[in-house]
Design a protein around this ligand. Structure first.
Ligand code: PRP
Ligand code: URA
Length: 209
């Protein structure tokens, strides 16, 4: 079963409180989402393999380490996952980005796909699927399946806030995928919104309703 990593660094917890606040407007919401994504990416990439190298400093030649030529791919789930991309690319500028367009049908709550474009070599990449919200888990489970169907085989899922229900769905459907979250909230309400959560991430990010 995939492990669940709760990244509870004080900086992340502080920014998470600000982003939950209903008074936080779209501009600040966007900034906070990217900042939290960057801080989380630091932890999500903690196990990247390192290579011993030599580097000539102004004083001498030092034995040092660099990240082994492992290629990374970031896969945001549209729309809200897009709000995490710039923050992650600040840390990992050479990562390629694949996009999956999904929305949750408000009646059935089932994910509906409307777009998918992946880097051609996703089979050679360590992939991080990103979305701020893991609610029922339907969108994340479907997105991970799309990535697998297109050849992805090394996949992590990174979300800001998860409901216990969504974590279970992803663990059951994709036991090979580790999940990284900043918070596990209490439950889903009757409309499958995370409680206490932060509301509708896409709407808050883009000012829609
Ligand atoms: C939100 C969110 C996730 C999904 C989570 O997207 O960004 O993708 O809901 O819900 P689930 O775990 O129950 O599937 P939404 O469907 O609102 O689309 P949007 O990002 O385009 O607003
Ligand atoms: N999607 C959101 O944007 N927020 C939730 O709480 C649940 C699904």
């Amino acid at each position: 079963m995939g492990k669940v990593h709760v990244i509870d660094h004080p900086l992340i917890q502080h920014k998470l409180t600000l982003i939950r606040d209903e008074k936080t407007g779209a501009k600040e919401f966007r900034e906070l989402l990217n900042e939290i994504a960057m801080l989380m990416a630091y932890e999500v990439t903690r196990d990247l393999p390192l290579l011993e190298v030599e580097v000539k400093t102004p004083i001498t030649v030092a034995k040092a380490k660099m990240i082994e030529g492992k290629k990374l791919g970031i896969v945001p789930i549209l729309r809200a996952g897009l709000g995490m991309i710039d923050g992650i690319l600040n840390l990992i500028p050479t990562a390629k980005v694949g996009h999956i367009g999904l929305y949750r049908d408000p009646e059935t709550l089932e994910p509906v796909e409307y777009y998918c474009k992946m880097p051609t070599d996703i089979g050679d990449r360590e992939l991080i699927v990103v979305d701020p919200m893991l609610a029922t888990g339907g969108s994340a489970a479907a997105a991970i399946q799309f990535v697998k169907d297109r050849g992805g085989n090394s996949i992590k899922l990174m979300c800001l806030i998860a409901a216990p229900e969504g974590i279970k769905v992803v663990q059951d459907t994709h036991p090979d995928v580790d999940i990284y979250v900043a918070a596990i909230d209490e439950y889903l309400n009757d409309h499958a919104y995370i409680v206490p959560g932060l509301g509708d991430a896409g709407d808050r990010l883009y000012g829609t309703k």
